[in-house]
Design a protein around this ligand. Structure first.
Ligand code: MG
Ligand code: NI
Length: 482
């Protein structure tokens, strides 16, 4: 039995995971696993609550993407109650979504992933972090902190609070936007747009060209893609139809409330995270690198692969350049970062557009709702991928069943495959160093996983394994429930 390499914890991601790499007797990679070592369980304790409370409960799933859960839950509530929010209510939700996206994409590119590119994948880990970036580029660091702060302030003005929001309600939005608030927000949104233009220009000039070889090789796998588009095929992050693309680029569009006909979920005994797959392709589920079956990806690169265009001019121009250079669909995992910066630009433009829309200050922001027995599906594109909330209620409006499929969950199998591809191609004859192990982590970071968001299964089919170590790290006992 060969050696086992463990990367624990994986750093600069949201949530907790470890990577296990098993080497064979020759020191080559025999197998890898990304173990998600936390459990949240929201699917269970949403049951029994009044459905209108879920908008506020689900924001506690995650301190990073509360807006995505808040809005997916709001849309599921709209569907349960059978109502459509008025234009001002819908646009205020979209505005908050766009602002939250700018904050999150800036966070990921500069705080979490950036160190691998700015400091380099082989840099000592003592400086391969946000403090290293700040010391090397103090002006950029200041702008990053400033623009994240602007996002939080803007969300505070629109909705009262930026984290764990409460303002989206079934049927719309509870707080109309006043004209003086709109006037305070407009220059702030303009400043974030300037930063978004700088960010993509900086990365195109100083970062991506240096890593073209790595982009073409590291963690590259062949999969399909899932994302949301409007009726005419434009990228949309708040609403639209789902587009499921095969690895060959052919695709099927469907309504998101029909997701169970197209997507299945597989449970494997070594992770709390489920493994969604494209059930509609009829080929089952297999993470084999040479012949994967049913595997698709979500998140930034997936959305740019499935869409035909972007509705804002600057992002559209960047999108055209991206597609001309890399084709469709793009399988290069590190290009998630490039796609993320195009989306940053799109959201910054969209926030400016919405703040110039006369309807945004409309006084009618919600419609009344009445409890009923129903099923409602809500779906938004979270920064980390397609987010589905699916609720069923009884006649009193009490939740009887809840299913969540979170952006990161869709990418569970692809993340595992990318890690295996990276480890297999980099570790030979038992030789590896910190730089190589960091590249394995980079395979995960490209997907910007949010693991605290993604682990909700508690259905009794999961194996819970407890490993007991002594103070020297020797494994004393393993306890398992199956
Ligand atoms: Mg689920
Ligand atoms: Ni999250």
């Amino acid at each position: 039995m060969g050696k086992t390499i463990t990367i624990a914890p994986v750093t600069r991601i949201e949530g907790h995971a470890k990577v296990t790499i098993q080497l064979d007797d020759a020191g080559n990679v025999a197998d890898t696993q990304v173990n998600v070592v936390e459990l949240r369980g929201f699917e269970k304790f949403c049951v029994g609550r009044p459905v209108e409370e879920l908008l506020r409960i689900v924001t506690s799933i995650c301190g990073v993407c509360p807006w995505s859960h808040h809005l997916a839950s709001a849309k599921a509530n709209d569907a349960v109650f059978g109502v459509t929010p008025p234009p001002a209510g819908r646009k205020l939700r979209e505005l908050c979504n766009a602002i939250a996206y700018t904050e999150e994409h800036i966070l990921h590119f500069f705080f979490l992933a950036g160190a691998d590119f700015v400091m380099g994948p082989d840099a000592d880990y003592a400086v391969r972090n946000v403090l290293g970036i700040a010391a090397a580029n103090p002006d950029i660091a200041k702008a990053v902190v400033r623009n994240r702060h602007l996002g939080a302030q803007m969300l505070g003005i629109v909705s009262g609070k930026s984290i764990h929001p409460v303002t989206a309600v079934p049927g719309g939005f509870s707080k109309p936007l006043a004209e003086d608030e709109r006037q305070r927000l407009a220059p702030m949104a303009g400043e974030v747009l300037e930063f978004a233009k700088f960010a993509i220009g900086f990365a195109k000039a100083n970062i991506f060209p240096k890593y073209l070889d790595a982009i073409k090789t590291l963690a590259v796998i062949k999969t399909g893609f899932l994302g949301t588009v409007t009726e005419d095929g434009a990228l949309n992050l708040y609403d639209g139809k789902l587009r499921l693309m095969k690895p060959d680029g052919s695709y099927t569009d469907f309504r998101y409330d029909q997701y169970t006909e197209h997507l299945g979920e597989k449970v494997l005994p070594w992770s709390y995270l489920k493994f969604p797959y494209a059930k509609a392709w009829g080929e089952g589920f297999d993470m084999d690198l040479a012949a994967p079956k049913g595997i698709y990806r979500t998140n930034t690169l997936a959305r740019l692969n499935v869409c035909d265009k972007i509705a804002t001019p600057l992002a559209q121009a960047e999108f055209e350049g991206f597609r001309a250079q890399f084709g469709r669909p793009v399988q290069h995992t590190l290009l998630y970062h490039y796609a993320r910066l195009i989306e940053l630009l799109y959201n910054a433009e969209l926030a400016v557009q919405l703040l110039n829309d006369p309807e945004i200050t409309g006084r009618e922001t919600r419609v009344p709702v009445t409890p009923r027995a129903a099923r409602g599906v809500g779906c938004v594109e979270a920064p980390r991928g397609t987010l589905i909330h699916d609720y069923e209620t009884d006649a009193e409006g009490i939740v009887t069943d809840a299913n969540l499929i979170v952006g990161t969950t869709h990418n569970n199998a692809p993340i595992n495959m990318s890690v295996k591809q990276a480890a297999t191609s980099l570790i030979k004859g038992g030789k590896y160093d910190q730089g190589i192990l960091n590249r394995v982590e980079m395979a995960i970071r490209a997907y910007d996983p949010c693991l605290s968001c993604a682990t909700h299964a508690l259905d009794g089919t999961l194996a819970v394994k407890v490993e007991v170590f002594d103070h020297t790290g020797e494994l004393l006992d393993t306890l398992a429930n199956c």
